[in-house]
Write a protein that binds this ligand. Structure first.
Ligand code: AVJ
Length: 318
């Protein structure tokens, strides 16, 4: 784990265009900051998707196409705060569907919190949390003979490049059986005056979140980044539909990372690319899905058309 962190930080900071992987935002402090981000007035994504789940849970369940009497697996990739999922679980329970709710996450801690909250609010739901790698666990569930619906919400796919997203969905499809479904939540392309503030909020929580990468390197890799020497700088244009976050060196500086045993030089204005947050259209998603076995069967939007939850189906093989 630490070995990989060291390798990726060294590779990223040695590159001509410096970069760091966004997955390292999420230590305990990063998790807490992301919770705060979801509650910010500027971060419309969470509210938009919650509106979809609140207003359209019945229609979503219909589109997922479970048959009466089928015992199915409702699998969630990445245990979020559970708010959206609980809306769905509530309606499923109300209609007396029979299923296991199987949240999958790398973090045992995050899984625990979600499982506890579901068991408290909806004690009748059968919760079977699984800690580990998404695809490995999906592969292990493939032959349990239950129809499946896999939730991947919150525009979490947005941190991937389109090529990575395509490979991810390809693999996801391969770990499902024909007729199984995916419920994919993605943020939609819209104007910069709505998107940019979500990544550049007035309370500077997102700045703190971005800087958490450097803070984590300092703590876990014995780095000496001066956090005040880097500014948070997100970018987005509606033409491209991709938000990117950078940390910009405010002056020429040299940083030492003890556990790597190296120094890295930053010139004034030099940027570290830290995160991509892709926004989608149906057309872009269709291109990403083209090489996969998954096809769009339904789309649900919030009233402002900021966000979309797509129901995808694993095709029958001919
Ligand atoms: C968790 C990937 C959906 O890109 O909007 C929030 C992460 N980064 N603010 C996103 C994030 C900065 C978030 N996702």
């Amino acid at each position: 784990m630490l070995e990989q962190f060291i390798r990726e930080v060294d590779a990223g900071l040695s590159a001509v265009q410096k970069h760091l992987p966004s997955k390292y935002f999420y230590d305990a402090r990063g998790d807490a900051l992301f919770s705060k981000i979801m509650a910010m007035p500027e971060y419309y994504l969470t509210r938009a998707e919650l509106e979809i789940f609140t207003e359209q849970a019945e229609a979503i369940i219909t589109a997922l196409d479970f048959h009466a009497g089928d015992y199915f697996d409702l699998i969630e990739l990445g245990a979020g705060d559970g708010l959206k999922t609980k809306k769905l679980l509530q309606v499923l329970m109300h209609h007396q569907y029979q299923f296991d709710f199987i949240p999958i996450d790398i973090s045992a801690n995050v899984l625990d919190i979600l499982a506890q909250s579901v068991m408290t609010d909806l004690p009748e739901v059968v919760v079977k949390p699984r800690q580990g790698d998404y695809m490995a666990i999906l592969a292990s569930l493939k032959n349990d003979h239950h129809p499946k619906a896999v939730l991947f919400l919150g525009s979490n796919m947005g941190n991937m490049s389109d090529t990575q997203a395509s490979k991810f969905l390809q693999e996801l499809g391969e770990n499902l059986n024909p007729g199984d479904s995916v419920l994919l939540g993605v943020d939609l392309i819209k104007s910069a005056d709505i998107v940019l503030p979500a990544y550049n909020d007035a309370q500077h929580i997102t700045r703190d979140f971005n800087l958490n990468l450097l803070r984590r390197i300092n703590r876990e890799l014995e780095g000496d980044f001066d956090l005040a020497g880097f500014a948070h700088a997100p970018e987005y244009t509606e033409e491209e539909g991709i938000a990117r976050s950078f940390l910009v060196s405010q002056h020429a500086q040299t940083v030492t990372i003890g556990k790597i045993g190296k120094q890295y030089h930053f010139s004034k204005g030099e940027r570290i690319f830290t995160e991509v947050s892709r926004k989608y259209s149906r057309e872009i998603l269709e291109e990403i899905l083209a090489p996969t076995d998954l096809r769009i069967v339904a789309e649900f939007n919030d009233s402002q058309h900021y966000f979309a939850d797509f129901v995808l189906r694993r095709e029958m093989r001919d």
